[in-house]
Design a protein around this ligand. Structure first.
Ligand code: AMP
Ligand code: ZN
Ligand code: FE
Ligand code: FE
Length: 282
């Protein structure tokens, strides 16, 4: 059987439902050769994942996912092969986590003022040590019956354009890529088809990403059709970008996505993808 990888996974260090050790154990049961743990704005899950990987014989790539500004909108940059103890990375993640705190508070206080039974202390206590974001709020709202599901809570309250949406402050894409590279890693343009760009606008985004210091894009991603993946593979080749891919698994927060295999088995990322990325390390 061909060796497969998944280079985009979330754990309880951010908004995934499984601990880093459980994520590695699941990857092992699914016979994945390598995974990258890429939590939002934190490297806190990496030591546990590395230890579990060593124990079970799963290769664990230290990663992270940071949010950044492109043309006034939010885009995501995945860092791979990062040093989780890097000072450059710590400075950025501390800043982004403070901003997340500020923003979570604004959302929760606005909801509480409108009569929702929600407060920051309860939320924090439900997820000790996790970097909190909208998915945690959405999960709570759905458990309390304010929405039918996490997705429903986003659509009703939390998505952009909804009454309780509050923006994050974003670092420029250049700064995101620079801090990932300074930490010994590579910067990857995450899920490039999630931002509403196609044609020339997509190509412009990818070119600017490359100019900002990103060295690859995710051509393999849960829900991308074979034609979309082919299109991204050829754009990457033309622009001189490398190829990455991952499921963006979050556990029960996004129950339709499985590690390695994505949605209904639509993903299959060969180990050679990881080997080629290794060659792009600074
Ligand atoms: P935050 O970083 O707090 O803005 O939350 C972003 C997270 O919420 C990402 O993991 C997204 O995949 C997830 N997310 C964004 N929109 C939705 C949605 N409509 N339904 C479910 N999850 C979403
Ligand atoms: Zn997430
Ligand atoms: Fe993302
Ligand atoms: Fe993600």
């Amino acid at each position: 059987m061909e060796k497969c990888v998944d280079l985009h996974l979330h754990t309880t260090a951010s908004d995934g439902s499984e601990t880093p050790a459980n994520a590695v154990a699941l990857a092992n049961r699914l016979r994945l050769a390598a995974i990258a743990v890429t939590d939002h704005d934190t490297a806190a899950g990496i030591p546990e994942a590395l230890a579990a990987g060593e124990h079970l014989g799963v290769e664990v790539i230290p990663g992270i996912e940071v949010s950044a500004d492109y043309n006034g909108g939010e885009v995501h940059i995945v860092g791979l092969f990062i040093d989780p103890t890097s000072e450059a990375l710590r400075r950025v993640t501390e800043w982004t986590r403070k901003d997340r705190d500020r923003r979570n508070r604004l959302i929760v206080e606005a909801m509480a003022a409108d009569g929702f039974a929600i407060d920051m202390d309860t939320l924090t206590a439900r997820h000790p040590g996790s970097v909190l974001g909208r998915p945690h709020i959405a999960e709570y709202l759905s458990e309390k019956g304010y929405a039918s599901s996490v997705k429903g809570a986003f659509e009703k309250y939390l998505a952009e354009g909804c009454p309780y949406y509050r923006p994050k402050q974003l670092i420029p894409m250049e700064q995101a890529a620079a801090c990932l590279r300074a930490s010994g890693g590579i910067a990857v343009l995450a899920h490039p088809l999630q931002y509403g760009y196609d044609g020339k606008a997509l190509e412009a985004f990818l070119s600017v990403g490359k100019a900002c210091g990103c060295s690859a894009l995710e051509a393999y991603y849960s829900g991308y059709t074979p034609a979309e993946t082919e299109m991204l593979l050829s754009l990457a080749a033309r622009l001189g970008l490398g190829i990455s891919g991952g499921s963006d698994w979050h556990g029960s927060v996004k129950p339709h996505i499985q590690p390695g295999s994505g949605i209904n088995g639509d993903l299959h990322i060969p180990y050679t993808v990881l080997e080629a990325l290794r060659g792009r390390r600074p």
